[in-house]
Each structure stands twice: as structure tokens, then as C-alpha cells.
Design a protein around this ligand. Structure first.
Ligand code: NDJ
Length: 626
């Protein structure tokens, strides 16, 4: 979330003050040259990042694109800041709407993505004038990207506005920016003006302090003029390039420290009048796999390209003037329209093999688990409502079905038990039914605990929730627990729809599973009642609103009231997400009825068929109860 704001001091004082203040926490992102790696908060860290340019995506879609990147297994996002996008005229600044850089940083933080920021002043990027404002050319003799005093004066003035905005977002200040690039592929520019680069490096240090990692990026041929003492050197290259040769060349500039490819090309740009550029999935994934095996940190350029709206496209000169197209699809893993492509899933598989794929737990429990010898209650880990996952590992093989139980009625309130992700069944408060399981030594035992609501009347309202006693397997009390307090509502708000219906022969998964889909209302619509025939028990959200619990199997309530104001009408898409805790039918359906069903008796299964004339449920046919 937005980091703590520094005291509003003159911008140049801030870094100085920070130096004087004791560092309030141990947040840090540094280069460990002894072990050729990054350290994040002292722990070995490698980023698998993707480029997404906020200035090529409408603000209302930022969250969607960023989450899709996170769900692809990335842990960082890299983006430029185009100077001309924010200073349309000298001294006039715009950081509003789709130019709200702070809002984008915050969206990245919400998506749990670290940030690699590239503020230029030149950014290239197939963007109008490489990000430099056209008004610089009102001085026709100006020497762009050099120590020309006119150019430096404009650069200084811009960065004295921009960089203090970034200061609170630096990782060690509580934000998510782990590194900042100085200039862009300067070694590819004819000037090779080290005075200019030293000026920029000094300005960044003066305004950002000395803790943030500053780096440069160049193609292999640009390292000589693009690298600078005090700035970490990185390279860029694509799948067709010789990774071994290029990294060997990089080692001449950075003999120690992590190898970094700051722009690994997943596709390429398009020019009007030429064929759409593509890069093969196999080549792109193979190259990524090889770099990950080397322990390199990689940023995939682009992971989502977006669009050159308005007049913002740039141009290249290759013997002739070549304007860039409006689409910046880039044959990227997320298409220009935001759709995951086969390339995304192929890259996700590579990242997952590397152990980098996010489980839901990374999103549901972004701060990681709490470790304890004995299980802790919801209250002890400061989780009031909803769900907590308890995880332990079997310390011995259980080769015969063995009872899992919790002494003193210690399940508060329902426990969904899995072994290595396979659903075993449910333990329930005040219920005597037994649960037997088997598993090899080292098998993962997960218990998803549901808080069904605290006592509101009775002898003791101190109704603690969770596992109040250590579960016992046979005669062995299980210890060494990890507790994951789950922020389910946060995930649901960003979840993009997944197909709800499965092909009939597919065995619907059992145990805690998310389902999500979209639906639209043709007319104005009205209040309605959600009916989930054949579903068992769970939680449901509509358009991010937590509608409540359903327990179709149990009754007597079979429908959930859906107030009309929750819904979008006239064809707009509504999103429904369900967390089914036990089982769904092979072809799960959701129905919206025009009346409630609150009176089904317990343990009976009803089939309601919508009668053709009224589209309302006929009288229920009672099937055998069980
Ligand atoms: C045809 C030469 C284009 C020069 N740009 C190159 S090599 N690239 C590197 C550059 O840093 C980046 O901003 C992008 O411009 C990328 C191409 O998408």
C-alpha cells in the first residue's frame, strides 16, 4: 500500500534527513557481490519481471493487467516514465488520471509486484521522441542527451519535480521501487558524453539518497559508453541472441553481482507498412529457462504492450523514416486487449518449474505464514473473520487409514482437510463424524479452517476461532504449524473470470476451489435470488461484494438474496466468484430465480426445474434424504 509519507521538507533535505534518522526498519534491496545475487531484506532474491507501460493502458485497466502479470508468476513490474507525458509545456505538470504515477505504483503494490522504474530522461520505447518533450526543440541548437546546459537545465527542472515523488515509494522507505535506471541504452547513442551521465547519476543520488540501487541498461554493443562507475550494469537481448556471449561480456563490467537482462524481448515492435512482428513461444520460453537456470534476474519486454493512443507513437530510422504503429501489441504474453495468450501460459510453466509460480497463498497471504509449534487461533494472528489455512508436514508415514481428530471439540468451526492437496473430508465443531487419512512422511497436511460466526448469545461469548488444540493423527499430536491468515476478499476483488462450467466427463475437483465467471442482464433487471443446485457449501461474491455463505446441502435456505443495486444491467458484465469448500456437481450451474427458497428441510436434496412459463421453480421434487 502507499508507503508512509515523509515529512514535507524541501526535496533536497529529505535524503539528508533520512541519513540522519535511524532506519525505522530493515527493508533493503541490495547487490550481494560475494554470491552474485540480490538480497531482499537480507534474503537471496531474484526478480522475474515484466514490462507494462501505464501510459499505454487506460487507468481503469491497470489493476486487471497487473494482476494478470502477478498470476503469471511475476514478482516485479518494470516501466518507464515518459517526460513528455507529464510536462506538456515547460513548467506545466500533469500527474492526473492515466498520468497518475503514484496511483499506478499503488496498483502495483496492491498486485503485490515490486517495481523497477526507468524515468529516463530518454526512454526510447517506440514512444514519441523517446519520451523527450518536443518543446525542447524550440531551442533548435539544443544537443539532446548531452551535457548541453540548455538540455541539462530542462532535465534538472523535470527531475526535481519527479524524483521527490518517487522518494517515499523507494523500497527501503516502505514502498515497492527496488531499483531505478539512469537514462536508457545510452551506449547506443552517438554522443557518448560521460559528463552527462555523471550529471544524471549525481542528480539521482542527490534527490533519491544513496540506498536505492541505480542501474544502466545497454545492448552488448553499448556497454562501453552506457555503463558508469557507481551504477549497476545490466544488458538487454532477445531469444535469438547468444546469452552466453552477452553475459560473458557483461562480466567485464560487472565481474560480481547478479546477471541481469533488463529487456528480454518476448516479441517486437511494428512499423506501418511492414509485417506484424512475432517471436516464437518455444524460442522465448527456452531463453527464459536458460537465464533462470543461471540464476539471472530477468525483465521480459513487453509482458503487456498496450496501445499508442493519440499521437504518442514514436518512429525509427532505418535508411528511411519508419513510424511505429498505434498497436503496441508486441506479440506480448498479454495481448493488447488484455487477453492471456498461449505465450503467457508457456512462460508461466517455465516460471513455475523454477518454483516461482505463485500459489494462491502468495496472493491470499502476501505477508507469508506465521510459524508456531502449536496451532494458533484466528484471534492470536489477528484474523477476525473468514478462513485460515493451517499447514504441517507428516513426520512419519501413515500407511493405514488413521483417524485425524482434535481434542476437546477444538475445531472452531469447520475444517476442510487435504493431504498433498487432495481433499480428505471435513471435521466439524460438535460433530462426532470421524475422518481417516493416510500419507507418506513429509506429506503436506493442510487444514482450511472456516469461522462460521462467533456466539452472539449464550454462556460464553469468548468464542475463539480456529484450531483450539493441536490435531491428533492416531495417537500423535501434530506440531510445527504454519498459519496462513487468508485475505480472500482482497483476491476476489481482482480475480479475472475463469470458466465456470467444466466438460461433463471431467471430474469436478473436490475440496476448497474457486470458481468465477461473468454474466449480463439484458434488461433493467431487479432483485433476484441466487440458486446453486447441487453445490455443497461456500462463500459467494458478486462484483466484489461478499454476498455471504451458501450451504445448499444443509438448507433450509437454498437461495441467497441478490439486491438489484449490486448488479450492472443493460448488457454490462457482472462477475460472480464462488469459493466452494466441498463438492460441486460435474456440471456446476448457477441460477437466478425470481423468488427465494428458504424452507427446504435438512438433509434432503431438491431438484428445482424452471417451469417454462414463469421461469420460476416448480414445486420441489423431494428426493431421498441422506
Ligand atoms: C529497431 C531499433 C529499436 C530500438 N529499440 C530497442 S532495441 N529497444 C530497447 C529500448 O531500450 C526499448 O525502449 C525499446 O525501444 C526496445 C525495442 O522495443
Amino acid at each position: 500500500m502507499a508507503p508512509k509519507k515523509p515529512p514535507c521538507l524541501p526535496s533536497l533535505l529529505l535524503p539528508l534527513l533520512t541519513l540522519l534518522l535511524p532506519q525505522a526498519d530493515t527493508r533493503s534491496f541490495i547487490v550481494d557481490r560475494e554470491n552474485d545475487r540480490f538480497l531482499l531484506d537480507g534474503a537471496p532474491f531474484r526478480y522475474v519481471s515484466g514490462s507494462l507501460h501505464y501510459f499505454r493502458v487506460p487507468r481503469v485497466l491497470w489493476a486487471d493487467r497487473l494482476l494478470k502479470m502477478r498470476m503469471s508468476g511475476l514478482n516485479a513490474v518494470q516501466f518507464y516514465v515518459p517526460w513528455n507525458y507529464h510536462e506538456p509545456e515547460p513548467g506545466v505538470y500533469n500527474f492526473n488520471g492515466s498520468r497518475d504515477l503514484t496511483a499506478f505504483l499503488n496498483e502495483a503494490s496492491i498486485a503485490d509486484l515490486l517495481v523497477i522504474l526507468r524515468p529516463g530522461p530518454y526512454i526510447c520505447a517506440e514512444w514519441e521522441m523517446g519520451g523527450l518533450p518536443a518543446w525542447l526543440l524550440q531551442k533548435p541548437e539544443i544537443q539532446l542527451r548531452t551535457s548541453d546546459p540548455d538540455f541539462l537545465a530542462a532535465v534538472d527542472s523535470w527531475f526535481k519535480v519527479l524524483l521527490p515523488k518517487l522518494y517515499p515509494w523507494l523500497y527501503h522507505n516502505g514502498g515497492n521501487i527496488i531499483s531505478i535506471q539512469v537514462e536508457n541504452e545510452y551506449g547506443s547513442y552517438k554522443a557518448c558524453d560521460f559528463t552527462y551521465m555523471r550529471h544524471l547519476a549525481g542528480l539521482f543520488r542527490a534527490l533519491l539518497g544513496d540506498r536505492i540501487l541505480l542501474f544502466t541498461t545497454d545492448g552488448p554493443e553499448g556497454l562501453k559508453c552506457g555503463s558508469l562507475q557507481g551504477l549497476y550494469t545490466t544488458v538487454d537481448f532477445g531469444p535469438a541472441d547468444n546469452m552466453t556471449e552477452i553475459f560473458a561480456l557483461l562480466r567485464k563490467y560487472e565481474p560480481h553481482g547478479p546477471l541481469v537482462n533488463s529487456e528480454y524481448y518476448t516479441g517486437w515492435l511494428d512499423y506501418w507498412g511492414q509485417n506484424h512482428s512475432t517471436r516464437s513461444i518455444s524460442a522465448v520460453t527456452k531463453g527464459l529457462e536458460n537465464m533462470l537456470k543461471l540464476g539471472a534476474s530477468v525483465n521480459m519486454y513487453m509482458f503487456h504492450g498496450g496501445t499508442n493512443f493519440g499521437y504518442w507513437n514514436g518512429a525509427d530510422e532505418k535508411g528511411r523514416f519508419l513510424p511505429i504503429t498505434t498497436s503496441y501489441d508486441y506479440d506480448a504474453p498479454i495481448s493488447e486487449a488484455g487477453d492471456p495468450t498461449p505465450k503467457l501460459f508457456a512462460l508461466r510453466n517455465v516460471i513455475s518449474k523454477d518454483g516461482y509460480l505463485l500459489s494462491f497463498l502468495d496472493i491470499l497471504c502476501p505477508h507469508g505464514p506465521i510459524r508456531s509449534i502449536l496451532p494458533m487461533t484466528f484471534e492470536a494472528v489477528k484474523q477476525d473473520h473468514g478462513f485460515m489455512l493451517y499447514r504441517t508436514y507428516l513426520t512419519h508415514t501413515v500407511s493405514e487409514p488413521t483417524q485425524l481428530w482434535v481434542p476437546n471439540n477444538g475445531v472452531h468451526d469447520r475444517a476442510y482437510v487435504m493431504v498433498d492437496g487432495v481433499f480428505q473430508g471435513v471435521l466439524e465443531r460438535n460433530m462426532k463424524h470421524q475422518l481417516f487419512l493416510m500419507g507418506k512422511m513429509g506429506a503436506k497436511l493442510d487444514i482450511l479452517l472456516e469461522n462460521m460466526g462467533r456466539l452472539s448469545f449464550g454462556s460464553n461469548s469468548s468464542d475463539f476461532k480456529g484450531l483450539l488444540e493441536p490435531p491428533v493423527l492416531g495417537q500423535t499430536a501434530l506440531t510445527q504449524w504454519l498459519m496462513f491468515p487468508l485475505k480472500v476478499d482482497k483476491l476476489v476483488k481482482w480475480w479475472f473470470p475463469l470458466p465456470l462450467l467444466r466438460s461433463s466427463h471431467a471430474q469436478a475437483p473436490s475440496g476448497p476451489t474457486f470458481y468465477s465467471t461473468t454474466f449480463s442482464i439484458l434488461g433493467e433487471g431487479g432483485d433476484t435470488f441466487l440458486f446453486l443446485p447441487g453445490w455443497t457449501k461456500g462463500q459467494v461474491w458478486i462484483n466484489g461484494f461478499n454476498l455471504g455463505r451458501y450451504w445448499t446441502r444443509q438448507g433450509p435456505q437454498q437461495t441467497l438474496y441478490v439486491p438489484r443495486p449490486l448488479l450492472f444491467s443493460r448488457g454490462a458484465l457482472n462477475k460472480i466468484t464462488l469459493l466452494e469448500l466441498e463438492n460441486v456437481p460435474s456440471e456446476p450451474q448457477i441460477q437466478f430465480l425470481d423468488r427465494p427458497i428458504l424452507n427446504s428441510t435438512l438433509h434432503k436434496t431438491y431438484i428445482y426445474s424452471l417451469s417454462a412459463d414463469t421461469q420460476s421453480p416448480s414445486e420441489p421434487m423431494e428426493l431421498s434424504g441422506h
